[in-house]
Every structure is written in C-alpha cells, then in structure tokens.
Design a binder for this molecule. Sequence first.
Ligand code: HEC
Length: 241
Amino acid sequence: MLRVTRRTRKAFGAMSVVAVAAAGIGVLGPVTGCVAPEVETPTYEVGLFPRVAYSGFNPNARFRVMFATSADNPQWSVSDPAIATIEPSPPPNVPGLDVRNLRFALVTTTKAGETTITMTGSGTTLTSRLVVKAYTDEQLAIGKARYENPDPDPARAPCASCHAKPDGVDHSPLKMAGFDDETILGVIREATYPESPTGQSTTSAYAPRGPLKFAEHKWKLTEPETDGILAHLRSLPLGGL
Ligand code: HEC
C-alpha cells in the first residue's frame, strides 16, 4: 500500500510539471501552433494492423506474418506461446508506403490453432487475432506446382510467370495476411475483393474492395489446388524484408 501511495504521489508530481509546461505553451498557442492539447489529451488513435491475421503451419515449411503499429516502443506478446513466437522486426520495404511512423513485429507460427497477439505501447493495449491453419506436405507441394508449372491452358498460367518477376505484385503474407481464404480465392479466381471489405492491409486500416484493375485475373484452380495455393501463398517469404 505504502509503495503504491508513493508512486501515486510521484506520478502526480510529474503530471503537474507537464501541466505547468503545457499551460505555458498554451499561452503561446496562437504563435507556436497547437502543441499543448496534444501533451495533455492525445486525440489520435494508436493502430494495430491487421486486426485478424491468417497464416498456416507445417513442420517442414516456415509461415510468418507481420504486424504493424503506430504506437511508440511497442511490447508484443502471444497469449498462447505454443502457437507462435513474436519478435520486433526492422521495417519492411513497401513500395509507395512511408513506414517511418510504424513499428513492426514478425510472427512465426509453431502450431495450428487460434490465439491473440497483444501490443502495448503509447499508453494503450491493443489485440489482434491470429488464425493458424494446418497444411499437409501434399497441399504445399500441389500449391507450389500450380504456382510454378507451365500449362497449355491460358487460364492456368503459372502465378510465378508474373508474381516472381522482380517488379511482380507482392502477394506474400506481408500483403495478404489480413485476408481470409475466401477473399484471397476471390482475388485469384474472380479478380475481385468483396464489395464490403472483410479484411485489412497489414500496414494500415485500408481495406480494398471490389474488382481489381487487372480484370483478367481469373485463374483456374482444381479442387485440391485451392487449399494448395493458399498453403503456398501463406508460406511465401515476406515481401520487403
Ligand atoms: C499475367 C500475370 C499474372 C498471373 C499469371 C497471376 N497474377 Fe496475380 N496479380 C497480377 C497483377 C498484375 C496483380 C495486381 C492486380 C490489380 O491490383 O489490379 C495481381 C494480384 C494478385 C493478388 C492480390 C494482390 C493485391 O495486391 O491485392 C493475389 C493474391 C494474386 N495475384 C495471386 C495470384 C495467384 C495465386 C496466381 C496463380 C494462380 C496469380 N496471381 C497469377 C498478375 C498475375
């Protein structure tokens, strides 16, 4: 009890210093801009992205996903440490995106299941869900073959013929982890995201909706290839790292 009281007094001491400083700045407000209100009552919201991440697990492959936050000095944890590990990561290079205000963490899955990712920073605690699906060696092999192998049917063009080029569109988990299986299959087979967004970018609250610009992005997959291609995409090394 006594220690708590002391800490409380200390905190009050610190707060009143801030308040005095803020009041001082407040007087100069019109001259220096609106610094003071931010010191006392931040109005921005700290973000954590994505709010749900989908990944996979297979003992012979590596499945990773990235989380991003705008909080300062984020501390990361996984509620069920049997399902995944998490560690801070250097920022990925995402073309066209300024990542300077984001902090990143890299999750590596260790078992199938569902768990919660918790981020504490900037005085806030936020959580995201991590959904990890088990994939067999066979599913991974079928997906890799569909992704890479040439085929006489133009609707079965190997994904790699475009995506593995140096300037190919990223569809690694860095880009796609925030989307469930159905959404990704819609993009692959129907060239469209859902009309009402179901998923989220992994670096912001942005949620794409509706048709791709590339309207011919309608590729055929056999039944076994649907899970196979998801297994393969979710196990790709993250773009930008
Ligand atoms: C002819 C080239 C080409 C082929 C073949 C191709 N893609 Fe794509 N893919 C693209 C382009 C270009 C885009 C970006 C489309 C857009 O945003 O308008 C894209 C987008 C995507 C996206 C969404 C990425 C995003 O940023 O939203 C996924 C997922 C994807 N492709 C998966 C696949 C898979 C899986 C295959 C193989 C079955 C495949 N693609 C075959 C060119 C191709």
